[in-house]
Ligand binder design. Structure first.
Ligand code: SF4
Length: 168
């Protein structure tokens, strides 16, 4: 979905967004109901999550950690040595829009946010600017529609992200 703006090769090499530290396990994608159903049928380990008391419960990947080290990372159960096991168009929406996210602003406004803590695909300033222009312009209606159809995709604010614009 965003391969015009970020390098698919760089993503395939890095795969940062498909590994989760214990304290970033909240980042595993919120799975659309149909996607969750398909993955359940394939035997992919899933779990229910509620991000804050007022939020709807939703389905996400269950991670497996070997030990108790807080710095340990666990891969998404769909990550293989050659990348994601799913074809691009079958990946969760949150994976397809990475490094963008739908997120509440610090004042609680549903917004478009950009990961700002070390995505290697965003290191080229001109690519980053083009992505921001796309996210806050032609892509905004798609993000708005998805947020309306699947409210758990709007995450609580996290300081690893910068808010780009309100969703509405
Ligand atoms: S579903 Fe695929 S793209 Fe998304 S986190 Fe898992 S391995 Fe990565």
């Amino acid at each position: 979905m965003l391969t015009e703006y970020i390098s698919a090769e760089q993503c395939a090499h890095c795969r940062l967004c498909c590994h989760f530290r214990r304290n970033s396990a909240w980042e595993t994608p919120a799975l659309e109901p149909e996607r969750a159903r398909q993955l359940t049928e394939r035997g992919i380990p899933l779990m229910q999550r509620r991000e804050h008391p007022d939020a709807n419960e939703h389905t996400t990947f269950a991670l497996h950690y070997d030990g108790t080290d807080p710095a340990e990372t666990a891969p998404c159960p769909l990550l293989t040595s050659t990348g994601c096991a799913l074809p691009r168009e079958q990946r969760p929406f949150e994976c397809r829009i990475w490094p963008l996210r739908l997120m509440l602003s610090p004042t609680g406004l549903p917004s478009v946010a950009l990961y700002n803590a070390g995505c290697s695909a965003l290191m080229v300033p001109s690519d980053r600017s083009r992505l921001i222009s796309f996210a806050t312009g032609p892509f905004l209606p798609t993000l708005r529609r998805f947020a309306a159809s699947f409210p758990p995709s709007i995450r609580p604010f996290h300081s690893d992200y910068i808010i780009l614009c309100p969703l509405n």
